[in-house]
Write a protein that binds this ligand. Structure first.
Ligand code: URA
Length: 212
C-alpha cells in the first residue's frame, strides 16, 4: 500500500482552518471542497490515459485522453458526499457510485446500509472518498466491496488519516494483489478511546451537515 501525505502550503492552510472549532459549516464545506480538488490532482497521477491524435489549428499532434472505462468515484455516505463536487470538478467524465456505511460508535464496526454501484467493476480504477481514515474499518469494507466486484485498483482520498487506520488497511490488503493508495492532507497522531482522530477536526459529517 502506498500512502501520500500531500505536502503543500495551500493544503496545510485549508486543513488548519478545517480543524478550527470556530469554522462554521458553510466555510467548512467550501474548504473541504477546495481541499479535495487539490488532493485529487495528486490522487489521479496514475489515472489511465490513451494516446490520441488531435488537430491544432496548425497541424496534427499527439496527446492523451482519459481511457475507457471511465474512472469510478465512490463517496462513502454521509461525510464523503462533502468531497464529491471537489473530485468531479477535476474528473468531470468520471462515473459516480454511492456506498452508505455507518460505524457503530460502541464496537466501531462498519456496516453497509445503502449501495448504488455498477454490479461489474471489471477493470475499473476507483477513487473512494472518505474524509476521516480513523480505525480503517469503514474504508477497508468499502475497498473490499469494490475488489469483490472486479475493481483493479483503488485510491482512497481522505482529509485526515490516523496511523491506526493506515496500519489496518495495509494489513487487510497485504496479500490482496491489488494496488491501493491513500492520499491525505494530513497524518495525525492517534485515535482517542472513542475512535476519533487526534488532534483531528471532530466529526466530519456533523461539521459538514450539522448534528443529526
Ligand atoms: N469520523 C469522524 O468524522 N471523525 C473522526 O475523528 C473519526 C471518524
Amino acid at each position: 500500500m502506498e500512502t501520500l501525505v500531500v505536502d503543500h502550503p495551500l493544503v496545510a492552510h485549508k486543513l488548519t482552518t478545517l480543524r478550527d472549532v470556530r469554522t462554521d459549516s458553510p466555510t467548512f464545506r467550501r474548504l473541504a471542497d477546495e481541499l479535495v480538488t487539490l488532493l485529487a490532482y495528486e490522487a489521479t497521477r496514475d489515472v489511465r490515459v490513451s494516446e490520441v491524435t488531435v488537430e491544432t489549428p496548425l497541424t496534427p499532434t499527439r496527446g492523451v485522453r482519459l481511457s475507457r472505462p471511465a474512472p469510478l468515484v465512490v463517496p462513502i455516505l454521509r461525510a464523503g458526499l462533502g468531497m464529491l463536487d471537489g473530485m468531479v470538478r477535476l474528473l468531470p467524465t468520471a462515473e459516480v457510485g454511492f456506498l452508505g456505511m455507518i460505524r457503530n460508535e460502541e464496537t466501531l464496526a462498519a456496516s453497509t446500509y445503502a449501495t448504488r454501484l455498477p454490479e461489474d467493476l471489471s477493470g475499473r480504477q476507483c477513487y473512494v472518498l472518505d474524509p476521516m481514515l480513523a480505525t480503517g474499518g469503514t474504508l477497508a469494507a468499502a475497498i473490499q466491496y469494490l475488489f469483490d466486484r472486479g475493481a483493479v485498483d483503488v485510491t482512497a482520498i481522505c482529509l485526515l488519516a490516523a496511523p491506526e487506520g493506515l496500519a489496518h488497511l495495509a494489513a487487510t490488503f497485504e496479500n490482496s494483489g491489488h494496488p491501493i493508495r491513500v492520499v491525505t492532507a494530513g497524518l495525525d497522531e492517534r485515535l482517542n478511546e472513542n475512535g476519533y482522530i487526534l488532534p483531528g477536526l471532530g466529526d466530519a459529517g456533523d461539521r459538514l451537515y450539522g448534528v443529526v
